[in-house]
Design a protein around this ligand. Structure first.
Ligand SMILES: *Cc1c(COP(=O)(O)O)cnc(C)c1O
Length: 458
C-alpha cells in the first residue's frame, strides 16, 4: 500500500482557538454590522480571511530572531538578508521595506510618472493603487482563460503576448516605465505564470527596451506550479526554478508576509545600480535607512530564514496540497469552486451556490456570513462589495464573479480544520434554498468600502 501524505513538520508551540455557539455568533456578527472585518479574532474559530502575515514561523526562524542585530546602519541582519536575497533571486541590489505596498511606493516613486501606462497581469489592488495615485494607468493583459471559471488552463496567470505587444506598440517607450508580472497572480485567484510565458514576456520587453518588474509575493508557490505542471521542470529543484524565473526580470517587489513566511516585511531587489541609487533616496525618505528600511534586525533575520524554508519543495508540497485538499473536499460535496485550485486559497463561486439570491443583496457576502454563522469560519467576499461603486455614476459595479475566498495561512491549520470548513460549507449548501435574502448597505466609505461597510438584513 502506498504511504499517505503527511505534513513535512511537527508542532512545537500551539495557540488555543475556541468554538462558539451559533447564538453567540448571531449576536457578534450583528454587532459587527455583518462585516467580517469588524469581528474580533477571538470570535472566529478558523480564520481564512487572508494568508498575508498570518503564517507560523519555524523554530529556526524564532531562534534567528534572538540573533537580530539592531544597529541603525550596516547590521549583520541586513547583510544576512541581503546575501539570502541575492542567493535566492540572483538580484545584485536589495532594499528592505516594511511591507509589499511600501516596496511598490518606493520603486514606483523612482519609475512611474503622470501619463504613464503599466501593462501587466491583473495588477494587485495596492499595485494598481500606487500606479493610479501617480496618475498613470494599469493595463490588464492577462489571458482570457483567467476569467473563465470552467477553464482548466494550468497557468491562468499568464500574460497574453498579443495584448501586451499591442500596448508596447501603441505607447512610446518613455511612457511605459515597466511591465509588471504578478507571480502568482493574486487577483485571478492565486494562478501561476509559466516559465515559458516569463521568458516570452522578457523577450518582448527587450525588443521594445522596457523593464520587467515582478510583483513577487508568492514567487515560491509559482515555482512549485512550474515544477509540477510545466514540461522540463519536474526534476529541477525549486530553488533553481526560482533563479530561472527571476533571471527573466529586471527588478522585483516583495510582500514578505506571503512566501517569506514572516508576519511583517517586504523588499525591493534589482540588477541595475542606477535604479538602486535612485530608489534608495525614496527608501530613506519613506521607509528608513537603506540597511533596515522599516524592519527591525530580528525581523530581517527571520525573513532570511523564511525565504530559505519557503523555497523548499517539502514545505511547498505540504502547503499547496493542503489548499487542494480543501478544494477536493468541497468538490466532493458538489460545492462550486474555481479550478484549477490556486496556491494560497480556494474560491467558492457564490453565484452558482446561491443562484436565487438577487445580486443587489450581495450574494458572496451573504454566503460568507452564512459560513461564519454555521461554524465560526471567516472567509472574505470578493464580489460586489469589494468591486465598489463606479466613481462617476456611483452605481454598484457588478464584477463577472461573485466569490468567497478561503485563504489558508501557512503552516497554521491541520487538515482536520479543513474538514470542519468543508462540512460547514456543505451544511450551508444543503440548506441553500432557505437562504432567500441577503443584505443592504446602512453606511459605506467613499472608496475601499468593503473594509468598513455596515450592513443590515434585507
Ligand atoms: C499582498 C500583496 C501586495 C501588497 O503587500 P502588503 O505586504 O500587503 O503591503 C502586493 N502584491 C501582491 C500580489 C500581494 O499579494
Amino acid at each position: 500500500m502506498e504511504l499517505p501524505f503527511a505534513e513535512s513538520y511537527k508542532i512545537k508551540v500551539i495557540e488555543p482557538i475556541h468554538r462558539s455557539s451559533r447564538n453567540e455568533r448571531e449576536q457578534w456578527i450583528k454587532k459587527a454590522h455583518y462585516n467580517l472585518f469588524n469581528l474580533s479574532s477571538n470570535q472566529v474559530y478558523i480564520d481564512l480571511l487572508t494568508d498575508s502575515g498570518t503564517g507560523a514561523m519555524s523554530d529556526c526562524q524564532w531562534s534567528a530572531m534572538m540573533l537580530g542585530d539592531e544597529s541603525y546602519a550596516g547590521s549583520s541582519s541586513y547583510h544576512i538578508l541581503k546575501e539570502t536575497v541575492k542567493r535566492i533571486t540572483g538580484f545584485e541590489h536589495f532594499l528592505p521595506t516594511h511591507q509589499g505596498r511600501a516596496a511598490e511606493n518606493v520603486l514606483f516613486s523612482a519609475l512611474v510618472k503622470e501619463g504613464d501606462v503599466v501593462p501587466g497581469n491583473s495588477h494587485f489592488d495596492t499595485t494598481k493603487g500606487h500606479i493610479e495615485y501617480r496618475k498613470a494607468t494599469a493595463i490588464d493583459c492577462t489571458i482570457d482563460e483567467a476569467f473563465d471559471t470552467t477553464s482548466t488552463h494550468p497557468f491562468k496567470g499568464n500574460i497574453d503576448l498579443e495584448k501586451l505587444e499591442k500596448v508596447l506598440k501603441e505607447y512610446p517607450a518613455e511612457r511605459i516605465p515597466f511591465i509588471v508580472v504578478t507571480v502568482t497572480c493574486n487577483t485571478s485567484g492565486g494562478q501561476p505564470v509559466s516559465m515559458r510565458n516569463l521568458r516570452e514576456v522578457s523577450n518582448l520587453a527587450k525588443k521594445y527596451g522596457i523593464m520587467v518588474v515582478y510583483d513577487s509575493a508568492r514567487f515560491a508557490e509559482n515555482a512549485y506550479f512550474i515544477k509540477r505542471n510545466e514540461d522540463g521542470y519536474k526534476e529541477m529543484p525549486v530553488k533553481q526554478i526560482v533563479r530561472e524565473m527571476f533571471s527573466h526580470a529586471d527588478a522585483m517587489t516583495m510582500s514578505s508576509k506571503k512566501d517569506g513566511i514572516v508576519n511583517m516585511g517586504g523588499f525591493i531587489a534589482m540588477q541595475d545600480e542606477e535604479l538602486f541609487n535612485s530608489a534608495s533616496v525614496y527608501n530613506i525618505l519613506f521607509e528608513g535607512f537603506v540597511t533596515y528600511g522599516g524592519m527591525s534586525g530580528r525581523d530581517m533575520n527571520a525573513l532570511a530564514q523564511g525565504l530559505e524554508e519557503g523555497t523548499e519543495f517539502d514545505y511547498l508540497d505540504t502547503r499547496i496540497r493542503q489548499v487542494a485538499y480543501l478544494g477536493e473536499k468541497l468538490k466532493s460535496f458538489n460545492i462550486p469552486v474555481q479550478e484549477p485550485f490556486g496556491g494560497h486559497a480556494i474560491f467558492v463561486d457564490a453565484l452558482r451556490f446561491l443562484p436565487g439570491l438577487p445580486r443587489e443583496q450581495f450574494t458572496a457576502q451573504t454566503l460568507a456570513v452564512e459560513l461564519y454563522l454555521e461554524a465560526g469560519v471567516r472567509g472574505v467576499e470578493i464580489g460586489t462589495l469589494m468591486a465598489d461603486r463606479d466613481p462617476v455614476t456611483r452605481e454598484n459595479r457588478y464584477p463577472n464573479l461573485e466569490l468567497v475566498r478561503l485563504a489558508i495561512p501557512r503552516r497554521v491549520y491541520t487538515n482536520n480544520h479543513m474538514d470542519v470548513v468543508a462540512v460547514a460549507l456543505k451544511n450551508v449548501y444543503d440548506r441553500r434554498d432557505e437562504i432567500k435574502k441577503g443584505f443592504e448597505i446602512v453606511s459605506e466609505a467613499p472608496i475601499m468600502r468593503h473594509f468598513t461597510v455596515q450592513l443590515k438584513r434585507v
